[in-house]
Design a protein around this ligand. Structure first.
Ligand code: DGY
Length: 350
């Protein structure tokens, strides 16, 4: 009987996805609640055909340098800022992510925190729940989204899904990317240079990936260029924002309010100054966190791994240049699988 490929999972993953993966591979999983020590992971990888990466983990050339059988790494996330793609490509390892399946879900969360912040829902709920309905100060007023401008920085598929929701609320949508998109007429969006977007937008929403270019893009100067009445939203990655600068901007009225799904650091310690601000709504990186979407992301990750360990093309591969080709038939695997199924080549002889 052919040995199943070995896949290391360095943390906790939903059980249904593990059960599905286990039908195809042998799983070696770190099931402690603590983060798996990197040296132990490196040791396990010496025998592994695949790695299901669970954050926090830096995936780089060093992690896999003593993993001669490794054929694939995948993670249940669209973002891969913890992964040194160039180093995996140099090692010939395809890396699988989960684009597409989470677009609508992340857009729903983004728009939910925009709407919640715009109507000051949290503060109002707090007054009602604590029996102080009538004491609610008159300055906790919301602002309309209709007839306002939403500026999206990083207009990809999720940005477009947010823009559809914004237009349904009567907003105008502008965006900034490295390059203007070619489909503005279809989506009724307008490209702007960054400074113009910041000066124009009532809501500024960060949807960009974290890269060397976007690290701390939102600094003190950035906030000064925004309207003082504006709402700042981050659904991209925490370190795109200089957290100190955001705190100062919120404290000193440089901007009005912030709504964050991602922060730097994550998780925020209980005594973090962001938590003491009344004009900042924070949720704990739950953009894709619905049962259906996390299921879809996990199954896509499992499919990427199952394909990769058999040297078949990953469904979603970030470094396509080292993805496996469908046409390349691995004869050894095919013969072993026939043998495992109890079929012998002589069965085909006349
Ligand atoms: C992603 O997929 O990158 C989301 O941030 C969830 O981790």
């Amino acid at each position: 009987m052919k040995k199943k490929p070995v896949v290391v999972v360095n943390g906790l993953v939903r059980k249904d996805a593990m059960a599905y993966l286990a039908e195809h591979v042998e799983i070696r999983q770190w099931t402690e609640k603590t983060v798996m020590p990197r040296e132990i992971l490196k040791e396990w990888l010496k025998e592994a055909d695949g790695l299901w990466s669970v954050r926090p983990l830096t995936v780089d050339g060093d992690l896999i340098k003593d993993a001669p059988n490794l054929k694939v790494i995948a993670q249940a996330a669209v973002g891969y800022d913890n992964v040194k793609i160039d180093e995996l490509t140099a090692a010939g390892i395809p890396y699988g992510n989960t684009p597409g399946v989470l677009n609508e879900t992340v857009a729903e969360l983004a728009f939910t925190i925009i709407a919640t912040a715009s109507r000051r829902i949290l503060e109002n709920v707090t007054f009602v729940k604590s029996g102080r309905w009538a004491e609610r100060p008159s300055n906790i007023k919301g602002f309309d989204l209709s007839r306002r401008t939403l500026g999206i920085i990083g207009m990809g598929a999720i940005g477009l899904a947010i823009s559809r929701r914004a237009r349904a609320f009567g907003m105008t949508v502008v965006y900034h990317n490295r390059h203007p998109r070619q489909d503005d007429a279809i989506y009724r969006t307008t490209y702007m240079e960054l400074d113009e977007l910041l000066a124009t937008s009532d809501v500024v929403c960060i949807m960009a990936p974290l890269t060397d270019e976007t690290y701390h893009m939102c600094d003190a100067e950035f906030f000064k260029k925004m309207k003082s009445t504006a709402l700042f939203v981050n659904v991209g990655r925490g370190p795109i924002v200089d957290t100190e600068a955001l705190i100062e901007a919120l404290k000193n009225g440089v901007i009005d309010y912030a709504a964050l799904d991602v922060t730097d650091p994550e998780p925020l310690p209980a005594d973090h100054p962001l938590l003491s601000l009344d004009n900042c709504l924070i949720v704990p990186h739950i953009g894709s966190y619905t049962d259906r979407t996390r299921y879809d992301m996990s199954i896509l990750t499992a499919d990427n791994i199952i394909a990769g360990v058999h040297k078949q093309p990953l469904k979603c591969c970030v470094n396509e240049e080292v993805n496996y080709e469908k046409t390349k038939m691995d004869m050894e695997t095919a013969l072993a699988e026939l043998k495992a199924a109890g079929v012998s080549l002589s069965d085909f002889e006349d």
